[in-house]
Design a protein around this ligand. Structure first.
Ligand code: ADP
Ligand code: MG
Length: 140
């Protein structure tokens, strides 16, 4: 498996608790490298646009409000098999189902306030990276 890039967000529940460093350590310990990073406060347009794929889901409104509720850290992670590796380190969407040692098991508060986002496939990773970063902001 070749070196890949994936897109990650540290969500508002985690920035509020000042645990961004602890979360980034989990990525680094797994061999993922942060090659782009910025702390932003998402606008409604950004939150709705980013999660457009979920707009018919019952939790869409709640998700958008949550993602706008405080600062987030958007980042690009690089490494061997990065898309799958990031999902593995994140753990299951619902922290109740997440494996021991994963970010969501250790830090998530609920299925909604679950501390991190990660792309689910190489194609979505490329789209999500482009949504937040220009090429010159990514320094590998
Ligand atoms: P993942 O983030 O693991 O890829 P999904 O893509 O299915 O999960 O959902 C996107 C985000 O929507 C989740 O990370 C979570 O913040 C929120 N979400 C998912 N399911 C629910 C739910 N049943 N109730 C509230 N929020 C949810
Ligand atoms: Mg998803």
């Amino acid at each position: 498996m070749a070196i890949q890039r994936t897109f990650s967000i540290i969500k508002p529940d985690a920035t509020a608790r000042n645990i961004t460093g602890k979360i980034i350590s989990k990525f680094e310990d797994a061999g993922l490298r942060v090659v782009a990073s910025k702390r932003i406060h998402m606008t409604r347009a950004q939150a709705e646009g980013f999660y457009a794929v979920h707009k018919e889901r019952p939790f869409f409104g709640e998700l958008v409000e949550f993602m706008m509720s405080g600062p987030v850290v958007v980042q690009v992670l690089e490494g061997e098999d990065a898309v799958a590796k990031n999902r593995e380190v994140m753990g299951a969407t619902n922290p109740a189902d997440a494996a021991e040692g994963t970010i969501r098991k250790e830090f998530a508060l609920s299925i909604g306030e679950n501390s991190v986002h990660g792309s689910d496939a190489p194609e979505t990773a490329a789209e999500e990276i482009k949504f937040f970063f220009s090429d010159d902001e990514i320094v590998g």
